[in-house]
Design a protein around this ligand. Structure first.
Ligand code: NAI
Length: 477
């Protein structure tokens, strides 16, 4: 069939919509197909991230954090508020308004860039032909499109535990957990990963008793061990009950909730909760995406197989974001989308996986870039490390948030920064400086000789860099 577009992007999440906009900027005729609709049946681009992921969860994290501060931090500032109360309905409405603003913003960006936005479910057929079925109830006809290049960006969906299917009520997934109409008295969470910790924090701050069961013995195994240890200490102090080495076996409905059964150190335990959020990871959303003769290969886990340039097994079919290897992070997907658009337009796109920042939006926040001390030691890399506590910075004290630290890991001989790990106030923002430093192959000395404003939280980054060379000013070395 004759081509309808230069590029068709399947999926309108942060990987897909960014790829589509970048293609359009580069002069390509591009369509972006996404099936999501909002409660009114209107197209709602932006994928999981904008609709039911990063953005709404941050809205709730912010609301609940304000409430927590009101109760526990305001009094030490001399501010007292009687009868503070949280209106959950208003909080949820604020979250929905933010989501609406952002998804509407993507539609405007599509218009401004002349990206054709198509609402429907796409399937890739042979030779870069795409069948688009309108959303159910839409009543429209299936459309067939064809392009020189296809970018697959279908995203991911929550993993269901065998035998414990989501009923989207008592057994909730991460989407359901963004819309509980009232605060559960006792909330179980399966998985102490990123979602479990963020959503667990939201509902605990609003008054739920939260118990998290985590299969691994090690807490936050991905993070640096010192950061993870401090995080465990802080979360425990806040009242998050995290049970490690605990694997959920069963969830039976009771008259007013669920009885969870889990194994811990070979022993069976039970736990009565009102609801449970299952947050045990995400799987690629590739079911039904590819016709048998599309030429694209999936691996055993359903991920789209790609090379290091995001090329699939089929000619001029690319894949980006959560459905391909690498961390399931919005910004990783967006960068892959940009890189692929630039490659299609004849340029040289590049994504450096070693400088992808990680952020967990708990309080204190956790952020890192590069490798951990443990990973580097296992590779036999000679290291110097430097750490600096926020408690020793005037700004964190003034903010009443003297918690956590910045830890820097540098090569012992070349001084090149290999990893920076943080827990503390606003580290989601502070990490950007260190990502840039690593992107430019900086040494710890480069950060140590960079002037940081006083008094700011960024002084902890500066002092950690000085500490690598044992010359931090505001702590003993
Ligand atoms: P995760 O992979 O971060 O954590 C899942 C946890 O569940 C693991 O610690 C695992 O050991 C545990 N687990 C698995 N099966 C279990 C069982 N049967 N019983 C008890 N524990 C069990 O996955 P999560 O939190 O669901 O997040 C999914 C993805 O979304 C992640 O890849 C994450 O990167 C991404 N995400 C990122 C965010 C951010 O950047 N701030 C926010 C939310 C999600």
């Amino acid at each position: 069939m004759p081509k309808t577009h230069d590029v068709i992007v399947i999926g309108g999440g942060p990987a897909g919509y960014v790829a589509a906009i970048r293609c359009a900027q580069l002069g390509l005729a591009v369509a972006c197909v996404d099936e999501r609709v909002d409660a009114r049946g209107e197209p709602s681009p932006g994928g999981v991230c904008l609709n039911v992921g990063c953005i709404p969860s941050k809205a709730l994290l912010d609301s609940s954090e304000q409430f927590e501060r009101l109760k526990h931090q305001f009094p030490s500032h001399g501010i007292s508020v009687d009868n503070a109360a949280m209106d959950v309905g208003k909080m949820l409405a604020r979250k929905e308004a933010i989501v609406g603003k952002l998804t509407g913003g993507i539609s405007l960006l599509f218009k401004a860039n002349a990206v054709e936005s198509i609402n429907g479910r796409a399937q890739l057929l042979r030779e870069r032909t795409v069948a688009v079925t309108p959303p159910s109830g839409g009543g429209g006809k299936t459309r067939t499109l064809s392009a020189d290049h296809i970018i697959l960006a279908p995203g991911s969906a929550p993993i269901e535990l065998p035998g414990i299917p989501f009923d989207h009520d008592r057994v909730a997934d991460s989407t359901d957990a963004l819309s509980f109409a009232r605060v559960p008295a006792r909330l179980g969470i399966v998985g102490a990963g990123v979602i479990g910790l963020e959503l667990g924090s939201v509902w605990r701050r609003l008054g739920a008793e939260v118990v998290i069961v985590e299969a691994l013995d090690e807490f936050l195994a991905l993070a640096d061990h010192q950061i993870a240890r401090e995080a465990a200490r802080q979360f425990k102090r806040q009242g998050l009950d995290i049970r490690l080495g605990a694997t959920l076996q069963k969830a039976d409905k009771t008259s007013d909730g669920l009885r969870l059964e889990y194994q811990q150190k070979g022993e069976a335990h039970t736990l009565e909760v009102e609801r449970v959020i299952v947050a045990v990871g995400r799987r690629p959303a590739t079911a039904g995406l590819l016709a048998d003769d599309s030429g694209v290969a999936l691996d055993a886990g359903g991920f789209i197989e790609v090379d290091d340039r995001c090329r699939t097994a089929a000619d001029n079919v690319w894949a980006v974001g959560d459905a391909v290897r690498g961390p399931m992070l919005a910004h990783k997907g967006s960068e892959e989308g940009v890189a692929v658009a630039e490659r299609i337009a004849g340029g040289a796109g590049h994504v450096d996986f070693n400088t992808v920042p990680w952020v967990i939006y708990t309080a204190p926040e956790i952020a890192w870039v590069g490798q951990t001390e443990k990973q580097l030691k296992a590779q036999g890399v000679p290291l110097r490390t430097g750490a600096f506590p926020f408690a020793a910075t005037g700004r964190a004290l003034a903010m009443e948030e003297p918690v956590g630290m910045v830890k820097m890991v540098a090569h012992a001989q070349t001084d090149r920064l290999l990893g920076v790990h943080m827990i503390g106030p606003h580290v989601s923002e502070l990490i950007a400086e260190c990502v840039l430093a690593m992107e430019y192959s900086a040494g710890a000395e480069d950060l140590a000789r960079t002037i940081h404003a006083h008094p700011t939280l960024s002084e902890a980054v500066h002092e950690a860099a000085l500490a690598v060379d044992k010359r931090a000013i505001h702590k003993a070395n």
